[in-house]
Design a protein around this ligand. Structure first.
Ligand SMILES: Cc1ncc(COP(=O)(O)O)c(C=O)c1O
Ligand SMILES: N[C@@H](CCOP(=O)(O)O)C(=O)O
Length: 418
C-alpha cells in the first residue's frame, strides 16, 4: 500500500501522517498494487467467506480485505462485523413515489452504530491501532463521532470528538457520550472542526478518523463491493447517495473503479449525488461552474434539517468530482420539505432512515421527473443512517401543530371501554 497526494502524487513521508493534507493542499489517497490478482479466485474467496461467522472476514468490510488493506495484519483488525447490511426491494408506494420500476435500498442504517460510517471507521481505527495510537479524534455532526466512539470503546482507547454546538441531532451526541467519548462542543460547523484537527492533531497525538483520512475511504469502498456481490456482480444503472463531506461519492467512486479495472463488473453504473438545498456547494459547483479547472465556493452558513448534511466546505470535493466525471455521474439538490416527505414514505415502508438518507429518494424522484433517469432504469439508493438517529425530526414532522404530512398521527388519546 502506498499513500500519495491525490492532487500532486507526492508520496506521504510516513504512514502515520495520512490525514494531514499534502503541502500542495491536496488530500492523501491510498494506492494498491493489485497486479497478479485473479478475479475468479477472489470472487470464490469472497463467496466462501459468506459462511464465516467468527473471524474478521465475517465482516462485510474485511471480507474484501485484499481490495482494502491487503498488508494489514489480521490481529490489528478492529471489527464489530460491520457491513453485511440488507439490500431491500422497494415496495409499491416507494416505487410510485420514485416513479421508477426497479429500486432497491442498501440499508447502511443497519450497521452496528446505525450508520454507513462503520464501514470506513473499522478500516481507519484498525490502521491507527496497528500504528500504536491510543487517541482517536474527529469533527462530526454526530454519526462519525458515534461510530468512532463505538470502536474506541471496543478496544479501550480514547475518542476525542469535536461537535458543532448547534444544529445537530442530540440522539447522536448522546450515543457518542454513552460509548464513552470525550465530547467537545464548539461554536461553528463541521468545517471548522476539520480545519482545527488538520492543524492540531499531530501535536495532540490524535489519529484523525474523518474522511480526510484515506483509510476511511478504503473501508467505505466496501459498500459498493457488497452491493455488487449481493447482485451477483451486476450493478444497476444508478447508485444514489446523499452528499455532505462527499466521502461516499469518493469511496463508492473509487470502489467502482477497482471493480471495473479488475474485471468484477463490465459496465460502470452512474452515481447521483444528492445534496440538501441549504448545504449544496458541490451541486452548485458542478452545475453553475462545472468546469474541471474551477474551484468550489464553500457555503459559509450551511443549514438543512438533514443535519448530517450541514457541511459547507466538503474536504473531498476534488476527489469526488473526478469520480463523478469518470462514471458520468450527476448531482442534484432537494429542499428540506422534499427530504422529509421522502423520509415519511421510507419510514412507513418499514425500512426507515434519518433525514439525510432520504435525500436519495427525494433526489431520485426529482431526477425521474426531470427525465435524467428513465423509469425503466434500475437504481439503488444508499440509506446512510438509522431512523432513530434523529427522533427530533420525526417529532417535528409528525407531531407539530402545523404539520401538513399525510402520515401524521397527532397521538390523540382514545378511551378504552373495558
Ligand atoms: C447519515 C448521513 N448521510 C449522509 C452523510 C453525508 O455523506 P458524505 O459525507 O459521505 O457525503 C452523512 C455525513 O457525512 C451522514 O451522517
Ligand atoms: N455527517 C458527518 C460529517 C462528515 O464526516 P466525515 O467523517 O465523513 O468527514 C458526520 O457524521 O460527522
Amino acid at each position: 500500500m502506498k499513500i500519495i497526494c491525490a492532487e500532486c502524487s507526492q508520496e506521504a513521508r510516513n504512514n502515520a501522517a495520512v490525514f494531514a493534507p499534502c503541502a500542495c493542499g491536496g488530500l492523501m489517497q491510498v494506492e494498491h498494487d493489485y497486479a497478479g490478482y485473479d478475479v475468479e479466485e477472489l470472487k470464490h474467496r469472497f463467496d466462501e467467506r459468506l459462511r464465516d461467522r467468527m473471524s474478521p472476514y465475517a465482516s462485510g468490510v474485511w471480507r474484501y480485505k485484499e481490495l482494502i488493506a491487503p498488508e494489514l495484519e489480521d490481529t490489528s483488525i478492529v471489527t464489530k462485523y460491520e457491513g453485511n447490511t440488507p439490500l431491500y426491494d422497494a415496495n409499491e408506494p416507494l416505487l410510485q413515489y420514485a416513479g421508477i420500476k426497479h429500486l432497491q435500498f442498501k440499508a447502511q442504517s443497519q450497521n452496528p452504530s446505525g450508520s454507513f460510517k462503520d464501514n470506513g471507521m473499522t478500516a481507519a481505527v484498525s490502521h491507527g491501532h496497528s500504528l500504536g495510537y491510543r487517541h482517536f479524534a474527529c469533527s462530526s455532526t454526530g454519526n462519525t463521532s458515534a461510530s468512532l466512539a463505538m470502536y474506541a470503546g471496543w478496544i479501550g482507547a480514547e475518542a476525542h470528538v469535536y461537535v458543532p454546538g448547534n444544529d445537530i441531532a442530540m440522539n447522536k451526541v448522546l450515543q457518542t457520550l454513552a460509548y464513552g467519548a470525550h465530547v467537545y462542543p464548539f461554536e461553528g460547523t463541521y468545517d471548522d472542526g476539520i480545519l482545527y484537527l488538520e492543524r492540531e492533531a499531530d501535536s495532540l497525538g490524535y489519529y484523525v478518523c474523518n474522511s480526510i483520512n484515506p483509510l476511511r475511504i478504503e473501508g467505505q469502498k466496501s459498500i459498493i463491493y457488497e452491493i455488487a456481490h449481493q447482485l451477483a456482480w451486476k450493478l444497476p444503472d444508478w447508485i444514489i447517495v446523499p452528499g455532505g463531506a462527499l466521502s461516499n461519492a469518493t469511496a463508492l467512486g473509487k470502489g467502482l473503479m477497482d471493480l471495473y479495472s479488475l474485471g468484477f463488473i463490465h459496465h460502470l453504473p452512474r452515481i447521483a449525488i444528492i445534496q440538501a438545498e441549504g448545504a449544496s456547494p458541490f451541486h452548485k459547483f458542478m452545475h453553475d461552474q462545472g468546469n474541471p479547472h474551477g474551484t468550489l465556493q464553500p457555503e459559509e452558513h450551511p443549514y438543512t434539517i438533514a443535519s448530517a448534511l450541514n457541511i459547507g466546505n466538503p474536504p473531498s470535493w476534488r476527489k469526488a468530482m473526478r469520480y463523478i466525471q469518470q462514471c458520468n455521474g450527476i448531482t442534484a439538490s432537494v429542499s428540506d420539505e422534499e427530504i422529509m416527505n421522502a423520509k415519511a414514505i421510507i419510514d412507513a415502508s418499514g425500512i426507515g432512515c434519518e433525514p439525510a438518507s432520504a435525500a436519495t429518494l427525494a433526489g431520485l424522484r426529482q431526477l425521474v421527473e426531470n427525465q435524467w433517469i428513465h423509469p425503466e432504469e434500475r437504481a439503488v439508493c444508499v440509506l446512510t443512517g438509522h431512523m432513530l438517529k434523529d427522533t427530533h425530526a420525526i417529532e417535528s414532522y409528525h407531531l407539530s401543530s402545523t404539520c401538513k404530512n399525510p402520515f401524521a398521527n397527532p397521538l390523540q388519546p382514545i378511551h378504552l371501554s373495558i
